[in-house]
Design a protein around this ligand. Structure first.
Ligand code: NAP
Length: 283
């Protein structure tokens, strides 16, 4: 069996087109949607991500504001700016690009964002709301993965899903979304004994670790859906995921590519969260 590819680029394009339609409708009513991006320091990868997010906004007709600080900016300065953005009625979503420089307490900064504008879904209030089944904003990456499952008609109900990774931004919210979609969910992590035993019993595997080739062919049940969240570099510097893609593709039923899978969906779901925030505030 050769797995079918879940095309994140194509799906993200459709989602961005939907956001653009909704942004135009809001703007026509005098409520143009706005996203603020807070960037501290000069981490090269962060600069690229922020450029992409701003370009996505431009393309979709969402106004964006870049609040940029040098690496020496103080925590108080950043929080003060976030508070001003919280109070700005033209801004509906605020995201702080991570990582922040080490002298800044990431937790304190994320908690300064109004939960009503927390389009990344990283605030404790967003995590808590998701946990009790009343999400305001779903974290963009897990949200995008759920959309990918939906796009192939994969209903998690009754399925066994294995999520590898338990971070607050990917693994945990992913597991909760799958659970709420009535999957039976196993969360694996670095202390899991016999990871392959778990993954071999999974109908859906989500790999969110950050280690190249950590999910190999022998770890996957024939026909399983494999979602590769990982972002790594191979020996030639080329972007790759956590899954040994070429080999796993031979046994899986569906698989996401890297690049062109979860990455573009994460960006698209940020736009979706922003437009949802703007629509709520216009009601
Ligand atoms: P993270 O915070 O470093 O978490 C990694 C998780 O993997 C941890 O829970 C860790 O377990 C687990 N882990 C490490 N080694 C393992 C092993 N050998 N077996 C099983 N589990 C293991 O990373 P993250 O922020 O969740 O991101 C994960 C990956 O997704 C990264 O490559 C990141 O770049 C990528 N990512 C991609 C997107 C996208 O849009 N495509 C978005 C976000 C993240 P412990 O908890 O026990 O340490």
């Amino acid at each position: 069996m050769t797995a079918q590819l879940i095309d994140g680029n194509a799906l993200a394009r459709d989602i961005r087109a939907d956001v653009a339609r909704r942004a135009a409708a809001l703007s026509a009513l005098g409520h143009p949607p706005g996203l603020a991006v807070v960037l501290v320091g000069d981490d090269p990868a962060s600069q690229v991500y922020v450029r992409h997010k701003i370009k996505d906004c431009e393309d979709a007709g969402v106004r964006s504001v870049l609040a940029r600080y040098d690496a020496g900016a103080s925590q108080a300065q950043v929080i003060e700016r976030i508070q001003a953005l919280n109070a700005d009625p033209a801004i509906h979503g605020i995201l702080v690009q991570l990582p922040l420089p080490p002298h800044i307490d990431t937790h304190r900064v994320l908690e300064a964002i109004s939960p009503l504008k927390d389009v990344d879904g990283f605030h404790i209030a967003s995590a808590g709301a998701l946990m009790v089944g009343r999400p305001v904003f779903k974290s963009c990456t897990p949200y995008g993965c759920m959309k990918m499952l939906e796009s192939i008609g994969c209903d998690p109900k009754g399925k066994h899903a294995v999520v590898i990774g338990r971070s607050n931004i990917v693994g945990k919210p992913m597991a909760i979304l799958l659970l709420q979609a009535n999957a039976t969910v196993t969360i694996c992590h670095s202390a899991t004994v016999d990871l392959a035993w778990h993954t071999r019993h999974a109908d859906i595997v989500v790999a969110a670790v950050g280690k190249r080739n950590m999910l190999t062919r022998d770890m996957v049940k024939p026909g399983a859906v494999v979602i590769d969240v990982g972002m790594n570099r191979d020996e030639h510097g080329k972007l790759c995921g956590d899954v040994d893609h070429a080999a796993v593709r031979e046994v899986a039923g569906w698989i996401t590519p890297v690049p062109g899978g979860v990455g573009p969906m994460t960006r698209a779901m940020l736009l979706t969260n922003t437009i949802e925030a703007a629509e709520r505030s216009a009601r």
